[in-house]
Design a protein around this ligand. Structure first.
Ligand code: ADP
Ligand code: 5GP
Length: 198
């Protein structure tokens, strides 16, 4: 039986995770897990496409019913990965990407085999500019996210790969190469295990 590879992508808000992944998932063999969140949708965000938007009460009942693989509270909202988004896809041999924060990544790494990739901005100044230009944050939420970014960045040391998102196309190429290399590694491993069992 072939299981897909699980990729975990983290990085501070505004580092470019969403922008990069949008360009990576045109690759038919990889699916992006859609997280659940209690945050309000931004303009243009659709339920079931960008997130499964839900009330805090519904989110807590999903945890209670053991439907959540990992979750965390980030800047006052809950975010989490639903089991239903991940397990069936991996079991069918598909590779899956989780775009989750550093706390969620730690929880996943404890219980599942995964490849962790951290996306860094070229500088804190650029991060602030990009987040501000995105136009999704108030002064307060922007400052909260930048404050949070400092402690998140310290976690980059523990990831398997770190990619600096300076030129977008370079960063996209690097992430695509990581996916390819890790897929190859997983299939070589499977080949060795299958051969041993013969
Ligand atoms: P995240 O998903 O990590 O919060 P986004 O993908 O929303 O970050 O990117 C934040 C902002 O920065 C967006 O407005 C996006 O268009 C812009 N951006 C992302 N990568 C680059 C880049 N390499 N160069 C310039 N702007 C970028
Ligand atoms: P945003 O509000 O910008 O969409 O996301 C805020 C933060 O929540 C980002 O760091 C993002 O990676 C993280 N996030 C999104 N989905 C999940 C999830 O399912 N689990 C966890 N732990 N974090 C998530």
């Amino acid at each position: 039986m072939k299981f897909g590879t699980l990729f975990v992508i983290s990085g501070p808000s505004g580092s470019g995770k969403g922008t990069i992944l949008n360009k990576v998932i045109d690759d038919a063999n990889v699916s992006l897990s859609i997280s659940a969140t209690t945050r309000q949708p931004r303009s243009g965000e659709k339920d079931g496409v960008h997130y499964h938007f839900m009330t805090r009460e519904k989110f807590l009942s999903e945890i209670e019913n053991n439907n959540v693989l990992e979750y965390n509270e980030y800047c006052g909202n809950l975010y989490g990965t639903l089991k239903s988004e991940v397990e069936t896809l991996l079991a069918s041999g598909k590779d899956v990407i989780l775009e989750i924060d550093v706390n969620g990544a730690k929880q996943i790494a404890k219980s599942m085999e995964c490849v962790r990739v951290f996306i860094l901005p070229p500088s804190m100044e650029t991060l602030k500019q990009r987040l501000s230009l995105r136009g999704t944050e108030t002064d307060e939420t922007l400052n909260n996210r930048i404050n949070q970014a400092h402690s998140e960045i310290d976690e980059a040391y523990y990831y398997d790969y770190v990619v600096v998102n300076d030129e977008l196309e370079d960063a996209v190429k690097k992430i695509k190469s990581i996916l390819e290399v890790e897929r190859l590694r997983a299939s070589k491993m499977k080949f060795k295990i299958d051969r041993l069992k013969k």
